[in-house]
Write a protein that binds this ligand. Structure first.
Ligand code: SF4
Ligand code: F3S
Length: 104
């Protein structure tokens, strides 16, 4: 499956949602996650994300976030249509430590 990493936090552009053929994204307040058993590994979302927040689970960048995607996809509501990103989304691109500030 593909995995949403911490780069999504507070960016949440949702271009990924617009292209996913199986609607396997789930929405938290600050980021989205992918439900691993629904993702068909098509890969079309990866290049669509302006924040480069999506990686294949075989990519080392995804490893720390695989469990988080599975855990929160079971808790958060499905999102099947792109919404308006946060007004300050661009300011949060490539900022370090976003997980610590959003999940503590
Ligand atoms: Fe959806 Fe394909 Fe991305 Fe999986 S890889 S989340 S199926 S767009
Ligand atoms: Fe997040 Fe990128 Fe989608 S910032 S909401 S993974 S387009």
């Amino acid at each position: 499956a593909y995995v949403v990493t911490d780069k999504c936090i507070r960016c949440k552009f949702m271009d990924c949602v617009a292209v996913c053929p199986v609607d396997c994204f789930y929405e938290g307040e600050n980021m989205l996650v992918i439900k691993p058993d629904e993702c068909i590994d098509c890969g079309v979302c990866e290049p669509e994300c302006p924040a480069a927040a999506i990686s294949a689970d075989s990519d080392p960048a995804a490893a720390p976030w695989i469990a988080l995607n599975a855990e929160y996809a079971a808790l958060w509501p499905n999102i099947a249509e792109k919404k308006e990103p946060p007004a300050d989304a661009a300011q949060w691109m490539n900022v370090d430590g976003k997980f610590e500030s959003a999940f503590s």
